[in-house]
Design a protein around this ligand. Structure first.
Ligand code: SF4
Length: 152
């Protein structure tokens, strides 16, 4: 912004000033190995010696949601697929959200398809939600989930 003096060029999308969203980081690290990403599993292992993801606790995330709702009605975007934390983690988070008075839209990121049980729990826990499916590439091979340690 200081180089080009175009504030709007720095915005993530055109209507952001009127309709912002608030990012809530759910995790450090990533279980995926997208080739173009500096925050991938391999990049974290190489640069940060991080071998496993570290999930933010469901209690802390819900605490943040409550805090954000005190000053904003913007959508709250849960960055990182919450399923990286495993089934009990997702269950705990949805359970806590279902007991919370939610005023804002919540946005969840999915790395792959979700099953009917996930959607049933989500639908029960969150009255207003959106989903973002992270594809990042039009190449089917690049999008295919990779095994740990595979080189291709
Ligand atoms: S899922 Fe997202 S954060 Fe993880 S490696 Fe792929 S692009 Fe990066």
């Amino acid at each position: 912004m200081f180089k080009y003096w175009h504030f709007r060029d720095m915005l993530p999308y055109r209507e952001w000033v009127d309709y912002p969203n608030i990012m809530l980081l759910t995790v450090r690290g990533c279980t995926q190995g997208c080739l173009l990403c500096g925050g991938s599993r391999g990049a974290y292992a190489l640069n940060c010696q991080r071998q496993h993801v570290a999930m933010r606790s469901p209690a802390k995330l819900v605490e943040d949601v409550k805090f954000i709702q005190r000053f904003s009605r913007a959508p709250i975007f849960f960055i990182g697929d919450i399923r990286q934390g495993g089934g009990p983690y997702v269950h705990d988070l949805f359970d806590r959200l279902s007991r919370t008075r939610l005023c804002n839209d919540l946005v969840f990121e999915l790395f792959q398809k979700a099953d009917a049980d996930f959607f049933a729990r989500l639908h029960h826990a969150v009255p207003h939600y959106s989903l973002e499916i992270t594809l990042e590439s039009s190449n089917e091979g690049t999008r295919r989930p990779r095994e740990w340690g595979r080189e291709d």
